[in-house]
Write a protein that binds this ligand. Structure first.
Ligand SMILES: Nc1ncnc2c1ncn2[C@@H]1O[C@H](COP(=O)(O)OP(=O)(O)OP(=O)(O)O)[C@@H](O)[C@H]1O
Length: 707
């Protein structure tokens, strides 16, 4: 059905009658959807009939987005845009690179960056609405997926994370399978996504998986930023066809599209053409030809319409034309195409002016007013319907499977830990209780709790990947922060227990540290707790510095300082009191680990003196006089402090995520506003504070991080 056949909605009753996707005899079918899943899709939509119309009608009027640049200058990225998107339609945003397509999508989906301010009105079902997590689904340009999972597993985990607990697994699986079919992923369903060392599915298939994850829950409102980028023409057509089928099922679909083929172009219902943030055309895609012809730029018979439109509004075209003229001696003069006779800047100006006074612009404004008057249903956040426990369990399982399949994170680290501890064991083999063993035991412990735990930094790249996936899923309301933090802690536990107990055991028995079960247990527990603290610290860093190199440098720096104040490189009493001893050494887990392990190892043992005629030295004496350790404090207290640090770092990790989501964008926005006001003050111009709306802070951080 072309949009020309789509009904025009004069009021609420009419809207309900035309947009209800299910149970009303609609014959729309999604490609490859089995009858069962079709029923499931429709069941979800059927709720609409019980609770009322839940379709999404989006309007935007006089939308202007202004950004502040780092030098305090302001720039209008979008200027006075007016348009609408209705259920049952697929709206394509087109325009050259930098024309503002992503910004328009961000503005409509409340994801603008903190330095962006919008004025104008955006209404969802006639109401001002903040699209909280999951109300609308958004497929970003980046495909942040878990590389070790197969396509089917990726979509299945997503289903478990979001569908209600009481929905039978068979139904969930049917939904997963139908989504796989709908996105044409059958052939690669059991292939892994792939990462830096694992060859997986192609870029285009990744794009389709990203879309599949968002259409799984059949959102009422779906935004897609360049869903066809990186796809070959057949895949691009297939994906666009699927999106159109989704739209036909009563959903509102808005996507930015780069250079579509003419076949893809034919699938658009509405076309929003932008150039330098201004509207060149908004209306039915099929009517764009006529519009361009009326404006004096008819589409040449053999030219692809999308190429023609983009050529008309692509300021780079002048450069291309000049290059072609120069190098290939092509003659543009005398051609029938008006674009060959005037500059593109002139063409853009003409088109923008023509649109502003056209029937299309008038009709769009009228339609926006008409739709805005209808106060429809407030769309609820369409996030996860799974319980907190199910979310935590599924995330833990998924993360555990990911780790266990990740060669770098799991197996390589295990091998390196074992190799390093065998080296330690060999060098300090059977250390004994001779005079020289006193120092050897001290350095062995500091190496184990310093360098070996330091190696946990190697997990950082996986943490960054985890964070990126988390940010994408969180933004679309797949689960809450608490579930993520809990699962993140639990999933790593078995691996860390294995790695530390295995390497700790090798080290303990080869070196022959203080014999006895409790001494052994303390040693391995202390190693486990220390490695976990480092992991927790690195995870907290990954939540604010989502960059491999920077994160590793920061993590290494912090750990280096902690090691320095641990009491090994400088004795505890000799560490300068301000800053280094108080508080640094006390917040260093190395300090507590070393103090505990020294006690664990030396207490109760008796050591030879420098010469046999001198009396033997008790371990307690060495602890107090040589290592300056408080022997009155139990080693188990030291261990408890390290375990508490794990909890504290996890709480910090949680707080960091919350701060980044809520506070950081607010602060950035405040600073941007200040800069802008100072600048406007200096230029003696006034910016009405009530006109400019700061973008909702909640999602700003995530969207800027994922870009
Ligand atoms: N938060 C921001 N701060 C500064 N400049 C911005 C911001 N957001 C957008 N811009 C600028 O606005 C212009 C439009 O950007 P946008 O990403 O919306 O374009 P686009 O049409 O989606 O481009 P592409 O097709 O290349 O993705 C660009 O010049 C960009 O640099």
């Amino acid at each position: 059905m072309r949009n020309s056949e789509a009904p025009t909605h004069g009021g609420m009753m009419e809207i309900e009658a035309t947009t209800r996707p299910s149970g009303n005899g609609s014959t729309t079918t999604l490609p490859g959807l089995s009858p069962l899943s079709e029923t499931l899709w429709r069941e979800k939509a059927n709720t609409a009939e019980i609770i009322g119309d839940v379709s999404a009608r989006l309007t935007w009027k006089d939308l202007t987005v202004m950004v502040t640049l780092s030098n305090g200058e302001t720039q209008n990225v979008l200027e006075g845009l007016t348009g609408y998107a209705e259920p049952g339609t697929f709206t394509a945003l087109m325009g050259p690179s930098g024309s503002g397509k992503s910004t328009l999508l961000d503005a409509l989906s409340s994801r603008l960056a903190a330095n962006a301010f919008l004025s104008g009105t955006i209404l969802l079902n006639g109401r001002k609405a903040k699209l909280s997590f999951g109300t609308a689904a958004y497929v970003t340009q980046d495909d942040n997926l878990i590389g070790t999972l197969t396509v089917r597993e990726t979509i299945s985990y997503s289903a478990r994370l979001r569908l209600p607990d009481n929905m039978p697994w068979a139904d969930k699986r049917a939904l997963v399978e139908s989504t796989i079919v709908a996105m044409g992923l059958q052939d690669c369903a059991d292939t892994v996504i792939g990462n830096w060392h694992l060859r997986g599915i192609s870029g285009g298939e990744k794009r389709r998986v990203s879309i599949a994850l968002e259409i799984l829950m059949r959102p009422r409102l779906l935004f897609l930023d360049e869903p066809t980028s990186g796809l070959d023409s057949a895949s691009a057509f297939f994906v666009t066809q699927t999106l159109r089928a989704l739209a036909r099922d009563g959903r509102t679909v808005i996507a930015s599209i780069h250079q579509p083929s003419s076949e893809v172009f034919e699938l658009f219902d509405q076309l929003y053409l932008l150039s330098s943030g201004k509207t060149v055309y908004f209306g039915q895609a099929s009517e764009a030809y006529e519009f361009f012809a009326q404006a004096g730029f008819p589409c040449p018979a053999l030219r692809n319409p999308s190429d023609h439109f983009l050529r008309c509004i692509n300021s780079d075209f002048d450069k291309v034309k000049a290059t072609l003229k120069g190098s290939m001696k092509l003659r543009f003069e005398g051609s029938d195409d008006p674009l060959d006779r005037i500059t593109t800047a002139e063409a853009i100006r003409t088109l923008i002016d023509f649109y502003r006074t056209s029937q299309h612009s008038y009709a769009a404004r009228q339609k926006v007013d008409e739709i805005s008057r209808v106060k429809g249903t407030v769309l609820e956040a369409g996030g996860s319907e799974a319980s907190f426990l199910m979310q935590s369990y599924t995330l833990t399982k998924r993360s555990f499977i990911n780790m266990s399949r990740d060669f770098g994170y799991y197996w390589l680290r295990l091998v390196i830990y074992i190799v390093v501890t065998v080296c330690i064991g060999t060098i300090y083999l059977n250390v004994g209780t001779g005079y020289n063993s006193i120092l050897a035991r001290g350095s062995c412990a500091s190496f184990v709790f310093g360098f070996v735990t330091f190696m946990s930094i190697g997990g950082f790249p996986s943490f960054v990947e985890d964070m990126k996936v988390f940010q994408r899923e969180r933004l679309n309301g797949h689960y809450g922060v608490t579930s993520f933090v809990i699962s993140n802690t639990l999933s790593a536990m078995p691996f860390l227990i294995l790695i530390t107990f295995l390497s700790g055991t090798i080290c303990y028995f080869m070196v022959r540290l203080h014999p006895g079960f409790w001494h052994y247990l303390f040693f391995v527990l202390c190693l486990y707790a220390s490695v976990t603290v480092v992991e927790s610290l690195m995870m907290a860093i990954a939540s604010i510095v989502p960059n491999f190199l920077m994160g590793i440098i920061i993590g290494a720096g912090i750990q280096g300082i902690f090691m320095l104040v641990s009491g090994y490189f400088r004795l505890p009493h000799d560490i300068p009191k301000p800053v280094w001893r108080y508080p640094m050494s006390y917040i260093s887990f190395h300090f507590w680990a070393l103090q505990g392990q020294y006690q664990n190892d030396l207490r109760g043992l008796v050591f030879d003196n420098q010469t046999p005629d001198l009396p033997k030295i008790p371990g307690e004496y060495i602890l107090e006089k040589v290592f300056q350790i408080d022997v009155n404090r139990s080693k188990w207290i030291n261990l408890s402090v390290i375990f508490s640090m794990i909890v504290i770092y996890r709480i910090i990790f949680f707080i960091m995520i919350k701060v980044n989501e809520d506070v950081t964008p607010w602060v950035r926005g405040y600073l941007a506003r200040r800069r802008m006001q100072q600048k406007s003050g200096a230029q003696n111009t006034t910016i009405a504070p009530d006109v400019l709306t700061q973008s909702p802070s909640l999602r700003t951080y995530v969207s800027t991080q994922t870009k």
